[in-house]
Design a protein around this ligand. Structure first.
Ligand code: ZN
Ligand code: ZN
Length: 109
């Protein structure tokens, strides 16, 4: 995902909009120019927060782990995923699967 930063700045002298001209930013009204600011470049993409993933033994589906407590054995870790179970206009159901006893349960949002 690349976001094009708007290449405009404001003139320090008269406050008008400055536009890029070659490698400089130039004021449209008074002609004041500065080197192109590089602050836009700092708006780098936010790195996606990495969630721990595991591979389920059987079907080798990679599922994230959450700290949802198992309703059966009270194990504090479980896999989770979303699934559209009913008609498309209804919100998807959140499923959990205990990392310990493999109990699966669902939760409606
Ligand atoms: Zn100006
Ligand atoms: Zn459990």
């Amino acid at each position: 995902m690349k976001k094009e930063a708007p290449l405009i700045d404001f003139c320090k002298k008269c406050g008008s909009i400055m536009l890029p001209e070659k490698k400089r930013m130039k004021c449209r009204s008074c002609g004041y120019s500065i080197k192109k600011t590089t602050k836009e470049l700092k708006l780098v993409e936010k790195k996606q927060t990495k969630k721990p993933v595991v591979v389920l033994e059987k079907d080798s589906i990679v599922l994230p782990i959450t700290d949802k407590e198992c309703e059966k054995c009270s194990n504090p870790r479980s896999y989770y995923w979303m699934q559209q179970t009913r008609s498309a206009d209804e919100p998807p159901t959140q499923f959990f699967r205990c990392t310990k006893c493999k109990h699966v349960w669902r939760e409606y949002k």
